[in-house]
Write a protein that binds this ligand. Structure first.
Ligand code: GDP
Length: 140
């Protein structure tokens, strides 16, 4: 299986609790490499654009406000089957349903403040990576 890339976001609930390193230790332990990284404070406009696919969902406004409530760390991860692999490492959206050993089981506070984002397909990964990073910021 060829190397793949995916977008990871460490969300404001996690940066607030100073667990960026703990989350990244788990990501690296599971065989994914962090090949681009930056810390940002998203604006409401950024968040709404990034989550545009969820615009019709009831939680859209809350989600966008939450994503702007503190710093995020955006990252590109690379590895074999990285999109699916990182989704496994993250665990289910709702931490109550997440498997043992996953980031969300270990760290998430709630279905909204669930510590991490990960692209859900190879196509969306390419779009989401380009949203945050230029080619010269990604060093594989
Ligand atoms: P993901 O791919 O596992 O992150 O889940 P989704 O794409 O379905 O949702 C995107 C994000 O919206 C989630 O990671 C949560 O932060 C948030 N979210 C999802 N479902 C809910 C919900 O029912 N209520 C609230 N407040 N937020 C939610």
């Amino acid at each position: 299986m060829a190397l793949q890339r995916t977008l990871s976001i460490i969300k404001p609930d996690a940066t607030r609790r100073n667990i960026t390193g703990a989350i990244n230790a788990l990501i690296e332990r599971e065989g994914l490499r962090i090949i681009a990284q930056k810390r940002l404070l998203l604006t409401q406009k950024h968040a709404e654009k990034f989550y545009a696919v969820h615009a019709e969902r009831s939680f859209f406004n809350d989600l966008c406000s939450f994503m702007c409530s503190g710093p995020v760390v955006v990252q590109v991860l690379e590895g074999v089957n990285a999109v699916e692999q990182y989704r496994k490492v993250m665990g289910a959206t709702n931490p109550a349903n997440a498997d043992e050993g996953t980031i969300r089981k270990e760290f998430a506070e709630s279905i909204e403040a669930n510590s991490v984002h990960g692209s859900d397909s190879k196509e969306n990964a390419a779009i989401e990576i380009a949203f945050f990073f230029s080619d010269m910021e990604i060093v594989g």
